[in-house]
Design a protein around this ligand. Structure first.
Ligand code: ACO
Length: 318
């Protein structure tokens, strides 16, 4: 025994909403095409003063406040992202200053694309075991509107911006989250070029290859987590899957044979927010009372890398 449980969540979405109908006005697409193929009807994009760091701060403050934990109690602060405001300082370092975390808090960003939040949960569990202060802030945040090519209708309609935060506590008598992480290196099917490349830094995706990868990786990873945790899928109270595409989720739910009512998502109004999608959905479910103290929540992310990551996160009883 020893591991983390979820104490509280928070999230933040930019104010500006772009519906599929708005996109119809600026490109050759339709609400019917986008919603039937992906389940997406709207997405939030940062405008004006809104920023990646600002979204992170808002989400983190909510999680701290709801969890009743003071900044000086935090030992680890991680931000999973592929679209930070700066390559350095890491977003987590800016959060250290803005939230007033102690200077010896372990703060860094990590990039495992859409699996990033679950990678960060596992990293936090490992780091907290050795830390003096046993609370961590774990965030997933993206401003994908900055890396989409509005001239490429096959990708730009899919992505949105947002941030989600989880406040977790490590205790010796808590179970591990039994994380299953994996990677199959591929720089063809899902790529955002970096600063050393000549191409523009925009998303390039081979949609059907990503689809094939996702419908295999998601159910496999969910099964492996349950097996590692020694429970059946029926014993899971809630599934929180990366909101990439409703059709991917429908395939996975069918393959797993689990109750679809335990797998509902929010892609309709958020679109795909990569590393932010799992914690934003988690926060929405907590806020609606659909994830409650004592619940076992099986989270799975999958995406660029190619990566996948799953974990069984239990909600602490207050
Ligand atoms: N509006 C209208 N038509 C479009 C659009 C659009 N926005 N985008 C593409 N089309 C057209 C194409 O040009 C093509 O037309 P053509 O037949 O005349 O050439 C036609 O629609 C079919 O294009 P495909 O790319 O074959 O469309 P597909 O049915 O594969 O759907 C999609 C594309 C939705 C991206 C699908 O491949 C998919 O769901 N992939 C999964 C990938 C995904 O969701 N990625 C999310 C990010 S990655 C992640 O988070 C893991």
């Amino acid at each position: 025994m020893s591991g983390i449980k979820l104490l509280a969540t928070g999230s933040a979405l930019p104010q500006h909403v772009i519906t599929n109908h708005d996109l119809e006005q600026i490109m050759d697409t339709s609400d019917q095409w986008i919603s039937s193929r992906t389940g997406i009807r709207a997405r939030h994009h940062c405008r004006g003063e809104e920023s990646h760091t600002g979204l992170c701060l808002e989400a983190a403050k909510k999680a701290l406040e709801r969890g009743g934990i003071r900044p000086h109690q935090i030992g680890v602060c991680l931000v999973a992202t592929l679209t930070p405001d700066h390559l350095t300082p890491a977003t987590a370092c800016v959060l250290q200053r803005e939230l007033g975390l102690e200077e010896d808090t372990v703060c860094f960003d990590l990039n495992a694309a859409c699996s990033g939040f679950v990678y960060a949960l596992h990293t936090a569990e490992c780091l907290l075991a050795a830390a003096e202060r046993k609370y961590a802030l774990v965030l997933g945040a993206e401003v994908l509107s900055r890396v989409i090519d509005m001239a490429d209708r096959s990708t730009c309609v899919l992505f949105g911006d947002g941030a989600g935060a989880a406040l977790v506590q490590w205790r010796e008598d808590y179970p591990s989250i039994h994380a299953v992480l994996g990677c199959r290196g591929d720089d063809r099917v899902l790529v955002v070029p970096g600063v050393n490349k000549r191409e523009p830094s925009v998303v390039h995706m081979e949609g059907q290859d990503v689809f094939r990868f996702a419908v295999e990786a998601l159910p496999r990873c969910a099964r492996q987590v349950a097996q590692k945790a020694g429970i059946t899928l029926e014993e899971v109270d809630r599934f929180v899957f990366h909101q990439a595409n409703q059709r991917i989720i429908n395939f996975a739910v069918k393959k797993l044979g689990v109750d679809p009512a335990k797998c509902t998502g929010n892609i309709e109004h958020t679109a795909n927010t990569s590393a932010a999608s799992v914690p934003i959905l988690l926060d929405e479910l907590v806020e609606k009372g659909e994830v409650k103290p004592g619940d076992k929540v099986l989270c799975v992310g999958f995406g660029g890398g190619l990566t996948w990551a799953g974990a069984l996160l239990e909600v602490a009883r207050s």
